[in-house]
Ligand binder design. Structure first.
Ligand SMILES: Cc1cc2nc3c(=O)[nH]c(=O)nc-3n(C[C@H](O)[C@H](O)[C@H](O)COP(=O)(O)OP(=O)(O)OC[C@H]3O[C@@H](n4cnc5c(N)ncnc54)[C@H](O)[C@@H]3O)c2cc1C
Ligand code: SF4
Length: 490
């Protein structure tokens, strides 16, 4: 053996990272199931199951190819590497650049040699040079550059369809009683069953744990959901938990799929003429735009960015985040139940329900971030930190987003079927039946008026606030709502 190749649990692809030029004759493969990762926190069991079982399947796949694989359980990744080094002394350790600051530092200190992380479409230095030239870091500007650079949905230098953005055609509310095509079920095998026993979990059939399953998920999305992705991408309904979202984030994030494979499949389908441009563009924007932008910003903004709390939000995490019985708000009850069931909800519940609630209640950003990290199937440090701190709760004072994503019940009522059976009324801001979102939205604006009045993108909201005739009653109701949320009775 000439080298040790260390494979983190989010680098599970044979053709990328340190494995792309690996040879069974020369390379010893090491994977470490660290106790820090498995028992260090209150992880959602479905998430833990997915990550561990995917890694064990991947180790088996490499063994079948002829590699010698050391799959270890250890207290930490470095402790695991040290154990292997006792058995194979003096071999250099190679790894693709890790996906978090913490792992990067730990492996660097252990003397690991890094090769470029190519699990994204944008090399880190390229993003750094884009960001360094920007006055503000608008995703839209980055996205247009990506379309041109990667030559995706382009006709020469112009975007296909004559526009960079088809949001006007998208963002429709959910149709009534919308079922849509069935989602894929993934069968469990021996490895899955063994992991399930070890972590005392009864897994769903929602998430694949193999490359084959991830590819089947991609195929299913392209065939059955891609064409309708765009118009319903922001809708929420209790009739269908995923609508036409791809459910690909876990595999993109743990390496079972590479973004170039997803883009290739999407562009091929679009070129057959079967996919409307608003769906094709909407989906491509997520993958080559948002995903790449968020990863780039994580590395650009640095390790301290996650500690931002520029709105001085100090409230402790509300009990409803971990127990749906601790609220009467139908939208939150349903969303937290969905998360408990399968560790996933799409981007609008994450942004406009969960983060919006944390934002307008003044919940401490780091407590909220830690909860989000623990409960989502696709959560990783690089993706959660910018999405939560920058986009979700505006804790960075506007570095990433020019204004906070705060909204009252009217938005949720328009985009979902949650409100009709709810005990609260999205139109009311005062009184016992007032929707907590509606009351707290205005209360939030009022609490931060001095800061927001300087932001011209907030002028309409501040104008609305100044016209409220019932602000004194609203402040009383807001106090009651916040107390009730803390007590788990609202
Ligand atoms: C507050 C908040 C927290 C989030 N946390 C995560 C997270 O921990 N992990 C994660 O992968 N995504 C996160 N997202 C982004 C997005 O919600 C999920 O990627 C998406 O819901 C995953 O489901 P899907 O694969 O069906 O996505 P689709 O709607 O089908 O989108 C396709 C792909 O685009 C990518 N994508 C879209 N938006 C984003 C984004 N904002 N950031 C990064 N990638 C994006 C994902 O890879 C996704 O698979 C978060 C968004 C918000 C607002
Ligand atoms: S009325 Fe308010 S709390 Fe109830 S479901 Fe609608 S937005 Fe949620």
């Amino acid at each position: 053996m000439k080298r040790i190749i260390y494979i983190p649990f989010d680098h599970l692809h044979r053709k990328y990272g340190a494995l792309k030029d690996a040879d069974p004759k020369d390379d010893l493969i090491v994977l470490v199931e660290s106790a820090r990762m498995t028992t260090g926190r209150n992880w959602h069991k479905e998430r833990l199951f997915f990550l561990i079982s995917s890694a064990r399947h991947f180790a088996e796949f490499l063994e079948e190819e002829g590699f010698t694989v050391e799959y270890l359980k250890a207290a930490t990744t470095v402790a695991g590497l040290e154990e292997v080094q006792k058995k194979y002394p003096k071999l250099p350790i190679i790894c693709a650049e890790p996906s978090s600051f913490r792992q990067f530092e730990a492996l660097k200190a252990h003397g690991v040699t890094f090769i470029e992380n190519d699990f994204f479409l944008t090399p880190r230095p390229l993003f750094q040079s884009w960001a360094a030239d920007q006055k503000n870091y608008l995703m839209e500007n980055f996205y247009r550059k990506q379309r041109t650079r990667l030559n995706v949905l382009m006709e020469g230098s112009e975007p296909v369809g004559g526009s960079w953005n088809f949001d006007k055609e998208n963002r429709l509310p959910p149709p009534k009683k919308y079922e849509g095509p069935k989602y894929l079920d993934h069968k469990r095998d021996e490895i899955d069953n063994q992991v399930a026993i070890e972590i005392s979990h009864k897994p769903t059939s929602t998430w694949a744990t193999t490359r084959r399953g991830a590819l089947a998920q991609l195929k299913n999305f392209i065939k059955n959901h891609f064409a309708e992705f765009g118009p319903l991408e922001d809708a929420m309904t209790t009739d269908n938990w995923a609508l036409h979202h791809s459910l690909l984030s876990p595999y993109l994030n743990n390496g079972l799929l590479h973004p170039s494979e997803v883009i290739k499949a999407g562009v091929q389908a679009f070129n057959t003429g079967a996919i409307p441009i608003e769906s094709a563009e909407g989906f491509i924007r997520q993958v080559i735009g948002w995903r790449e932008y968020v990863n780039g910003m994580y590395w650009f903004l640095g390790p301290d960015y996650r500690d931002n709390n520029q709105l001085n939000a100090t409230r402790k995490l509300l009990p409803l985040f971990s127990d749906p019985d601790k609220t009467q708000m139908n939208c939150i009850k349903q969303t937290v139940t969905d998360i408990n069931d399968r560790a996933w909800v799409h981007h609008i519940p994450r942004l406009m329900l969960l983060s919006n609630l944390a934002l307008i209640t003044g919940t401490n950003p780091q407590e909220f971030l830690e909860w989000m990290r623990e409960v989502f199937i696709d959560a990783s440090e690089w993706v959660m930190v910018p999405n939560v701190i920058g986009m979700g709760v505006h804790a960075d004072g506007g570095t990433m987003m020019t204004k906070p994503y705060a909204a009252g019940g009217a938005y949720i009522s328009r985009m979902s079927n949650y409100c009709k059976p709810c005990v609260y009324d999205p139109k009311l801001r005062v009184g016992e039946k007032a929707c907590p979102f509606t009351t707290l939205y205005w209360d939030f604006l009022d609490r931060h008026k001095a800061a927001f009045v300087k932001n011209h993108r907030m002028s309409q909201q501040i104008f609305g606030l100044n016209r409220l005739s019932d602000l004194p009653q609203l402040k009383v109701r807001a106090t009651d709502v916040l107390e009730g949320l803390e007590a788990g009775t609202i």
